[in-house]
Design a binder for this molecule. Structure first.
Ligand code: FES
Length: 315
């Protein structure tokens, strides 16, 4: 963990707080790649993940945007209400689960709402590399959107197109013209609410993009972990426990004294990934790809359940 100071706090748009963070000891912060996120410690034992939205070439500062989520389970609300400029907080080193494909000759970045944050870092990196790209930023209404001034002043502002749902004067997104030909080798990057992600991924697939050329990062509400009971065998110890109706695997394991490393507890970050040796998982996460889910040999213990009466996991 790294102690950082909040060097700047600003409210942008409606309900978005943008924080600039610098190392509390004045040292350079670890370098990060576009698409990376950091864990932010909200309180002891409670961390949340936020994408870095600054320029990866800038080493003295991390920048995050935090939407106040009406359904917040303590993360975003605590930051909005309690994180002040000048305060020291703890963060994890950057981790990248949403990297740019360095070999792709072009990119289309599709950011819905607060999902624009990793796209801004990606746009910086693509611009620095001289890789052609466009950034489409979708907002319910521009009056509630953050980062508009910043995007307008960046050297790649001409590559940015705003789209508003509120009847404001912005162009409609047209996949036929706004997505490049799949044969161009360009990749598509999508981040935003689940419905936005599904819609955009469907558009990209309909436009002929192969699954490997479509990259997604989720910003979603907590998954539904409700469901019936099932038996869970721990292959390494040979122990078998019951995961009760409505109980998560992590909670069932904690009840017998086995602590699983977790971070987001929302099926987003991948921290609790575990191999499945027998049985069929009922995936509730947003981390695994469709192909990985279909293979059925890995699952997220924080939220996923079982479709079969019994699961055997590599634990
Ligand atoms: Fe993040 Fe399970 S703790 S996916």
């Amino acid at each position: 963990m790294i102690d950082v100071t909040i060097t700047r706090r600003e409210t942008q748009g409606r309900d978005i707080v943008v924080l600039d963070l610098a190392a509390a000891d004045g040292a350079p912060l670890p370098a990060f790649e576009a698409g990376a996120h950091i864990d932010v410690e909200i309180a002891p034992g409670l961390t949340r993940q936020y994408s870095l939205c600054g320029d990866p070439a800038e080493h003295g500062r991390y920048r995050i945007g935090v939407l106040k989520d009406a359904a917040s389970r303590g993360g975003s609300a605590a930051i909005h209400d309690g994180f002040a400029q000048g305060q020291t907080v703890r963060i994890g080193a950057p981790r990248n689960l949403f990297p740019l494909d360095a070999g792709a000759p072009g990119a289309v970045l599709l950011g819905g709402g607060i999902g624009v944050t990793p796209m801004i870092a990606m746009a910086h990196a693509l611009h620095a590399a001289g890789t052609p790209f466009t950034l489409h930023y979708f907002a319910r209404e521009l009056a509630g959107a953050a980062f508009l001034d910043e995007l307008a002043q960046l050297p790649f502002a001409a590559a940015v197109t705003l789209h508003s749902d509120a009847g404001e004067a912005t162009p409609a997104f047209d996949p036929a013209t706004d997505l490049p030909a799949p044969g161009s080798g360009a990749h598509v990057y999508i981040c935003g609410p689940a419905g936005f992600m599904e819609h955009m991924e469907a558009q990209a697939r309909a436009g002929g993009f192969a699954p490997g050329a479509i990259h997604r990062e989720f910003f979603s509400a907590a998954p539904d972990a409700q469901g019936g009971s099932f038996e869970l065998e721990l292959a390494r110890s040979g122990r078998t426990i019951e995961v009760a109706e409505g109980q998560t695997i992590v909670a069932a394991l904690a009840a017998i004294g086995i602590k699983v490393d977790v971070s987001c507890e929302q099926g987003i970050c991948g921290t609790c990934l575990c191999d499945v040796l027998e049985g069929e998982p009922d995936h509730r996460d947003s981390f695994l790809t469709g192909e990985e889910r279909a293979e059925g040999d890995q699952m997220m213990l924080c939220c996923s359940r079982a479709k079969t009466p019994r699961l055997v996991i590599d634990l």
